[in-house]
Design a protein around this ligand. Structure first.
Ligand code: PLP
Length: 354
């Protein structure tokens, strides 16, 4: 039976939403594919986590961690839900909500769309354009959209949307999910909506993964109005967050930890400037928009081949073709220290010259 070529082409063009950078690392490759800060978790945090093991015989009680996170953002504890990473929050939202018209902004982290589809919800993609620097245009959103999901700063574009633009997307009857998993990589967390309890339907997702190097611990949280928090909590299993993860939430909410995170974010800015300078020296490599997070998205012809050459040279970077709105000519590169960036850019220059 001849197959319908247009359907086959469509299937081939459909990005793999379940592909993530962690499947591109390992085997001794230098990791510029996963955007977790290097040298983490810091020694003091490891010690705090190690001490928490003494309490493992008891079932976890999240009330102290919930209060600590609430205080850190100037919110009430009822406005906080601790989760097993931000990733769990996408699933909870997909299970608890019944959107009639869900709009997911792309390119962005693909799990929110995957979770919504898994739960049986149709999803519309709103593709931001490179010509517009991947910036948001609030007038492009259908007024009937009752669920909108956007990342800020956005993975993989590294674009930081103004808080005012995001707040403009909110309206009664709409849930506006802002994934702020990378907000703490921006000095001063400018443009964060985490403290805003006055924006109707706003849901902010946060993660301790990136800045603190806790991808393996699984700890994040949701900030939203108490009624929605209660609905999301009802979709969680019993004891969803382990006591070491709760300990991390308390420790990383302390004033000293916030200062440390901000210092790290400022160092990231300096390292990112260095990476951007090196990239401009390479022919045919183009950065669209202004990167503001701990990674940079680049366009270059034949990036899919270049990525393989980089792997052969010992460097892993994130492929771009699994993000809706991008394709085989895109790569995402994590910001690293200057020496790593220099070695990487030398390898990239050679990979481009072939
Ligand atoms: C934009 C974004 N949001 C959320 C997550 C998930 O974070 P967590 O480790 O807290 O589940 C990731 C992980 O890569 C991400 O890139």
């Amino acid at each position: 039976m001849p197959t319908d070529p247009s359907a086959a082409q469509l299937a081939a063009a459909e990005p793999d939403l379940r592909h993530h950078g962690d499947s591109e690392v390992g085997g001794g490759l230098v990791d510029l594919a996963v955007n977790v800060r290097t040298g983490t978790p810091p020694a003091w945090l490891r010690r705090v986590l190690a001490d928490s093991l003494d309490g493992l015989a008891a079932y976890p009680d999240g009330s102290t961690a919930r209060a600590a996170v609430a205080a850190r953002h100037g919110r009430a504890p009822e406005e906080v839900l601790l989760t097993s990473g931000a990733a769990e929050a996408f699933v909870l939202l997909a299970r608890a909500l019944r959107p009639r018209r869900a709009v997911v902004v792309h390119p962005q982290f693909t799990e929110p769309e995957a979770a919504l589809r898994d739960a049986g919800h149709p999803v519309e993609r709103l593709l931001l354009r490179k010509e517009a620097g991947f910036r948001l245009d609030p007038s492009a959103f259908p007024s009937e959209a009752d669920l909108v999901v956007v990342g800020n700063p956005t993975n993989p574009t590294s674009v930081l949307h103004p808080a005012t633009t995001l707040a403009e997307l909110a309206r009664p009857g709409r849930v506006l999910v802002v994934d702020e998993a990378f907000a703490d990589t921006v000095p001063g967390e400018t443009e964060s909506l985490a403290a805003r309890s006055d924006v109707p339907g706003l849901v902010v997702l946060r993660s301790l993964t990136k800045t603190w190097g806790l991808a393996g611990l699984r700890i994040g949280y949701v900030l939203a109005e108490p009624e929605l928090i209660a609905r999301l909590a009802a979709a969680q299993p019993l004891w969803p967050v382990s006591s070491p993860a709760l300990t991390a939430a308390i420790a990383c909410s302390s004033p000293a930890a916030l200062v440390e995170a901000d210092t790290a974010a400022k160092a990231t800015v300096a390292d990112r400037d260095h990476l951007l300078t090196r990239l401009t020296e390479l022919p045919g490599v183009r950065v669209h928009g202004t990167p503001e997070a701990s990674f940079v998205l680049v366009e270059l012809a034949g990036a899919d081949e270049v990525r393989l050459r980089l792997r052969a040279a010992g460097f892993a970077v994130r492929r771009g073709d699994s993000f809706p709105g991008l394709g085989p000519d895109w790569l995402r590169i994590a910001v690293r220290d200057r020496a790593t960036t220099d070695a990487f850019c030398a390898a990239l220059g050679q990979a481009l010259a072939i």
